[in-house]
Design a binder for this molecule. Sequence first.
Ligand SMILES: CC(C)(COP(=O)(O)OP(=O)(O)OC[C@H]1O[C@@H](n2cnc3c(N)ncnc32)[C@H](O)[C@@H]1OP(=O)(O)O)[C@@H](O)C(=O)NCCC(=O)NCCS
Length: 138
Amino acid sequence: MIYGIGTDICDVRRIATSLERHGERFAQKVLADGEMAAWRDRSARWPDRGLRYLATRFSAKEAFSKAIGLGMRMPMTWRHCEVAKLATGQPVIVLHGALKDWFEARGLTAHLSVTDETDYAASFCVVEKIEAKLGSSA
Ligand SMILES: CC(C)(COP(=O)(O)OP(=O)(O)OC[C@H]1O[C@@H](n2cnc3c(N)ncnc32)[C@H](O)[C@@H]1OP(=O)(O)O)[C@@H](O)C(=O)NCCC(=O)NCCS
């Protein structure tokens, strides 16, 4: 059963402004440790792709926060919600800490899609509740 859906659009230019103003501290506030490594690597090689990586993560986390119905309120935090990738390139939500406990206690699972263009990044997230299987009697 669908537990919740969430969507978000992020203006890449606003992310650029925040980075200019706060430097790497801004990325550190938004990104989990694994994401920081990918962001640093991408930014060093292609600054524009680094910026869009940060913007898609920002939008994905906001979309996820809406899909679980909490918004950016505890236990939902930027750094406890990591956007990783499967070998196929598909983005996948990996949770940490109290957020992971909260999510698993409710039997939830998340599906995520992200996209970006020059000035915008957008994400859509569906959170599903795995229903306990009833004993089969037929
Ligand atoms: C959910 C949230 C992160 C989105 O904020 P935003 O990026 O400024 O705004 P967006 O335009 O992307 O989304 C706003 C919409 O999110 C939806 N929304 C708000 N709270 C929500 C929640 N708990 N669950 C699901 N959806 C929510 C609403 O539909 C809202 O639109 P409306 O106000 O017109 O009804 C924000 O509302 C929130 O959680 N704020 C509380 C905590 C906070 O202020 N943290 C600071 C973060 S730096």
